[in-house]
Write a protein that binds this ligand. Structure first.
Ligand code: AMP
Length: 452
């Protein structure tokens, strides 16, 4: 994945409205994953939509989108997509225009390529008019700028959907709690996205998902001092509440709130919970982030627990970008008896760099160096595909890739995602997630990739 100038990021739309639609899409996606020269970075959920055009009475579609990275040229990729369609029953020569089909794969865009040929037009000319294409695409590439409208995918989708709800904004958790209670009492489900603000596409994808699964979506913006072990890191953390509120308003979010530490913990003497009052984050806090940021997960568990008390959400949304955090939060929600925790895949910039609020702190010169994290994860993934199952070998490969690029590697390790351990698991792995934390130009970056 590293060092190859010819790799491009693209998106493939998947659709099916005949037979076992879910199985068709899953088979199509698997075939795409196995296509040489193609890496599927992320996929959307399968979303049900009504057919547009075509013969009357045809069944609804299930649509999805996959973000891919590929070394294939456009026509070669198109050929692969058509072969996959053919393998799963589609016969382009015989089917009705816009009629039912078992599997439809369309290339939406490929890097910044513009093509206008008889068999392939890129970017896909009609995608900007089709909510059924943009809705899943907004889950994997919300910030992608569209060629015709000049809008991002998320903005264009909002335009197609028409005016959304008005964002309600609260400055205290007490007011937010009252709003949430009223919504619950009206019988509405609440999707909740806790954040530290400086919102980016990763956060917005979580909001989009929360909106699609709940009657109301709400977001907290709070840079939680309890989870920072380094005061300088806390001081430098980017903050821009007005920009955040405007992004949330255009995403169709219903409510955003913030507060001070003393407002979140009114019972704490001096307005800050004492170390012994913090919540035990459990075994998933051992090793890696827990080791390099002492006290971090106790701070996370304590604020998330309090945020859950304020909102009492139906579902809460977290990014896989903070993999170890998702384990801590799942355990916390299990102990509390709710809410349902939904983990969303990492949203990346076209370069592969994981979206992060901290990216804004990187200087222009340091940005290319930050790509070493993604390159190292890619290198581990290649080794895994080649059959390597030893955590130490995978780890050494990642360190070699990071060497000379980043200023310091805090860790570059592999764990079993389903059986968390503080130390590297011994023996051959059957499941694995590769995790990295590194310093680039004074900015601490983390990333991870599930290898299997
Ligand atoms: P933060 O504001 O960094 O605390 O993040 C708030 C939530 O957004 C957490 O659940 C993060 O895991 C999630 N998040 C942050 N970056 C991304 C990303 N690139 N993709 C998906 N989720 C993310």
């Amino acid at each position: 994945m590293s060092g190859n100038k010819h790799r491009r990021t693209g998106a493939v739309a998947l659709g099916s409205n005949l037979g076992d639609r879910e199985a068709n899409l899953a088979a199509g996606l698997r075939a795409l994953e196995r296509t040489p020269g193609v890496v599927v970075l992320q996929r959307s959920r399968w979303i049900e939509t009504l057919p547009v055009g075509g013969p009357p009475g045809q069944p609804p579609f299930l649509n999805g989108a996959a973000l891919v990275e590929t070394s294939l040229e456009p026509h070669a990729l198109l050929g692969e997509l058509q072969r996959i369609e053919a393998r799963y029953g589609r016969d382009r020569a015989r089917e009705e225009h816009h009629g039912p089909r078992t599997l439809d794969l369309d290339l939406l865009f490929l890097g910044d390529l513009r093509l206008d040929g008889p068999d392939l037009v890129l970017p896909h000319p009609r995608m900007e008019e089709r909510a059924f294409v943009l809705e899943p695409l907004a889950e994997v590439a919300p910030g992608r700028v569209l060629a015709i409208s000049g809008r991002t995918v998320a903005e264009r989708l909002a335009e197609l959907r028409g005016p959304g709800p008005t964002l309600v904004r609260f400055e205290t958790p007490q007011e937010a709690g009252r709003w949430c209670r009223a919504e619950r009492e009206a019988g509405r489900s609440l999707g909740f996205v806790p954040t530290m603000g400086a919102l980016h596409e990763g956060h917005l994808a979580l909001v989009e998902r929360a909106l699609s699964e709940n009657d109301r979506a709400c977001v907290s913006v709070f840079v939680n001092p309890l989870q920072f072990d380094d005061p300088e890191d806390l001081r430098r953390y980017p903050r821009d509440m007005d920009a955040d509120a405007s992004l949330l308003a255009s995403a169709g979010c219903h409510m955003v709130f913030t507060g001070t530490l003393a407002q979140f913990f009114p019972e704490a003497p001096g307005g800050s919970p004492a170390p012994e009052a913090l919540i035990d984050p459990g075994p998933a806090a051992g090793g890696l982030e827990g080791e390099h940021r002492p006290g971090h997960f106790a701070g996370v568990a304590t604020i998330v627990d309090r945020l859950f008390d304020v909102v009492l959400p139906t579902r809460a949304y977290f990014g896989q970008k903070d993999f170890q955090q998702t384990l801590v939060v799942r355990e916390l929600a299990r102990r509390r008896g709710g809410p349902e925790v939904v983990v969303f895949p990492t949203v990346r910039e076209p370069s592969g760099l994981a979206c992060s609020s901290r990216n804004a702190l990187l200087s222009a010169a340091d940005q290319p160096r930050a790509l070493a994290l993604w390159a190292a994860l890619g290198a581990a993934s290649e080794l895994w595909k080649a059959g390597v199952r030893d955590a130490r070998t995978l780890s050494a490969r990642m360190r070699a890739e990071l060497e000379g690029q980043v200023d310091a590697v805090e860790y570059a390790e592999v764990r079993d995602p389903d059986a968390w351990s503080s130390d590297a698991p011994p023996g051959p792995l059957s499941r694995a997630v590769a995790l990295i934390a590194a310093q680039v130009g004074g900015v601490r970056l983390i990333d991870n990739l599930v290898l299997a």
